[in-house]
Design a protein around this ligand. Structure first.
Ligand SMILES: [Fe+2]
Ligand SMILES: [Fe+2]
Length: 185
């Protein structure tokens, strides 16, 4: 069980805290628009409060908790927060996977992971492409799969343009979304 607020072990700046609150607000809005029950909504919010709880933690702690993390230190905070949450008694696999993979994507996600991934990217406080991302956030309740595909695509393009390596889980998610769309059409 995790409370619907930052866990006691969180290490976050004020700015980060504000991001986490905006992510939680988006998830509340989408949950209400979709009419999901309170139990499901609470799982989305738990994932929101956990996902960046160690974003500003000491690099040594992050390395200790998540030594692998795709070989990229900046990606350690998700897996590390999942480890801490599990130690803290969180046993909801979907919440833990949402937190663990929130920076990279994961085909094994159910709605918790997908919604968190969308809210994290579509946070209105991020400085880039504000209008485009606001429009995508509006569209989520009607077309979550379509928006997810857009967001994964934008993040893949960004990664390639930055000359960074693609993470296997991201490529697998992209391929699964494309396959799902061609099966539907
Ligand atoms: Fe993050
Ligand atoms: Fe985040």
């Amino acid at each position: 069980m995790t409370a619907l607020s930052l866990p006691p072990w969180a290490v976050v700046s004020e700015e980060r805290k504000a991001h986490i609150e905006r992510v939680a607000d988006l998830l509340r809005r989408w949950a209400d628009a979709l009419g999901v029950d309170n139990g499901e909504k609470d799982r989305w919010l738990k994932a929101a409060y956990l996902h960046d709880a160690l974003r500003d933690a000491d690099p040594e702690l992050l390395e200790e908790l998540a030594p692998e993390a795709w070989g990229v230190p900046a990606l350690r905070h998700g897996p590390a927060a999942a480890v801490m949450a599990e130690r803290d008694g969180e046993d909801d696999r979907s919440v833990l996977d949402a937190v663990r993979y929130h920076s990279v994507g994961y085909t094994g996600w159910d709605r918790v992971g997908r919604m968190l991934y969308l809210a994290d990217y579509l946070d209105p406080g991020r400085p880039f492409a504000k209008e485009e991302r606001r429009a995508l956030a509006e569209r989520v309740p009607q077309d979550p799969d379509g928006v997810l595909e857009e967001v994964v695509k934008e993040r893949l393009v960004w990664t390639i343009q930055a000359g960074r390596p693609l993470i296997k889980e991201t490529v697998e998610l992209w391929n699964a979304l494309v396959e799902g769309r061609s099966r539907r059409s």
